[in-house]
Design a protein around this ligand. Structure first.
Ligand SMILES: NC(=O)c1ccc[n+]([C@@H]2O[C@H](COP(=O)([O-])OP(=O)(O)OC[C@H]3O[C@@H](n4cnc5c(N)ncnc54)[C@H](O)[C@@H]3O)[C@@H](O)[C@H]2O)c1
Length: 363
């Protein structure tokens, strides 16, 4: 069997629909989960794509993930919404939370959405894209309830998750600017891939179980655990740490009422808390100046000549769009370790792994 499988988009969708039905999900939920995860693969973020399904299956079998669940409105004061995701698929409750917030922001100018108890929300950029498609600016601060994996700047062990920050700005006549990243120096999924391949990661991103710098990815994958550093690394990590802290305070404490502050309990669930601000730029007045100045600024920064070793200057969101265009045509490459884990997840859900492999066209 080859180390890599190139799977066309339609084959991958068919295969993942089979697998996700194994959660007992209704057809709309199957589509939401499959489309969102595959879109993460298409946009270049394999760490948040179909490779998450084995983790979701373990979480479900332990009772940590509740299929066919929607958001419950806990508080609704017009432009403030507090929502309980009820441990439903993040792909479903995230979209519902955004849809509710979008409706309010379009009617009233702005809305703050506090979403707690959502199972893994996947690629947070998907939520900013949903808001941008409705003409709204958005910001999202997200915390992660799972085994802590990132060390505070200057700290010797892991105390929180890869807490992502995301912001989106729609502009007429050009694709939206979508900034979306983990506040760790490197994504957790990337260290797992490096560990599986037996290769080192770049210096300045990890510490070992004694708090010493290391390039060995094992320290985030198998015990004894070390930690990821925050982005900025050894020198500038206080900046990534500061943003991670705000994600925990806003996404965790304020929005979800749940922060990471205890040793791991061994459960496989991944919960996200998300604090989102949605704004209709027109409601703030000065639309023409906003659009003209934003366009002028983006043109100006992109006119900077490329430094040696770099391509043309991009803005946030370009990378995902270019991956999406290429992979939609070419298909998605899935490594054999991940593929094996996906088939095992199918088996654990009572789905015939042979049927999943056949639907994907993988022998
Ligand atoms: N749900 C969760 O618990 C969770 C936790 C952590 C991360 N995530 C997700 O993981 C994904 C990956 O995060 P990451 O930190 O690996 O992302 P990353 O390091 O690939 O950074 C992505 C961001 O940088 C921009 N970018 C990339 N190259 C650029 C360039 N040359 N010039 C300008 N901008 C550029 C992209 O457009 C994007 O906005 C994100 O979608 C994030 O939401 C989710």
């Amino acid at each position: 069997m080859s180390d890599m499988h190139l799977i066309s988009l339609t084959h991958l969708q068919d295969a993942m629909r089979l697998l996700v039905r194994g959660f007992g999900s209704q057809p709309d939920e199957v589509e939401a989960v499959v489309c969102n995860l595959i879109d993460a693969n298409l946009t270049g973020h394999d760490s948040h794509g179909i490779g998450m399904l084995p983790r979701y299956a373990k979480s479900f079998l332990e009772g940590g993930l509740s299929p066919n669940t929607g958001v419950r409105v806990v508080l609704d004061s017009g432009t403030l919404l507090r929502l309980d995701g009820q441990a439903g698929f993040g792909q479903v409750v995230g979209a519902q939370a955004m849809a509710l917030g979008i409706e309010r922001a379009q009617a009233r100018g702005s809305c703050i959405v506090a979403l707690g108890n959502a199972h893994h929300l996947g690629r947070i950029g998907a939520w900013a894209e949903q808001a941008a498609a409705a003409g709204l600016v958005s910001m999202h601060f997200v915390n992660v309830i799972s085994r802590a994996i990132v060390a505070p700047h200057g700290g010797a062990d892991a105390r929180f998750g890869t807490n992502p920050f995301c912001a989106g700005v729609p502009l007429p006549g050009r694709p939206p600017v979508i900034l979306d990243f983990a506040t760790s120096a490197i994504a957790q999924g990337k260290t797992r891939v490096a560990h599986n391949k037996g290769v080192a990661v770049e210096a300045g991103q990890l510490i070992d179980d004694r708090g010493q710098p290391t390039t060995n990815p094992r320290y985030t994958v198998v015990p004894p655990f070390g930690a990821l550093l925050t982005f900025g690394g050894e020198l500038g990590g206080h900046k990534g740490y500061g943003l991670a802290l705000m994600c925990e305070l806003l996404g965790g404490a304020l929005a979800a009422g749940l922060t990471c502050h205890e040793p791991a309990d061994g459960r496989m669930r991944v919960l996200n808390g998300m604090f989102s601000v949605l704004l209709d730029p027109a409601a703030l007045g000065g639309t023409a100046a906003f659009e003209d100045q934003a366009q002028a600024f983006l043109d100006w920064v992109q006119a900077s000549p490329a430094r040696e070793g770099f391509g043309a200057v991009q803005v946030a969101g370009d990378a995902e769009r270019s991956y999406r265009a290429a992979r939609t045509q070419a298909g998605v490459v899935v490594d054999n370790t991940t593929w094996g884990e996906i088939l095992e997840a199918a088996r654990s859900l009572g789905v015939d792994p042979g049927a999943v492999a056949a639907a994907a066209g993988v022998n």
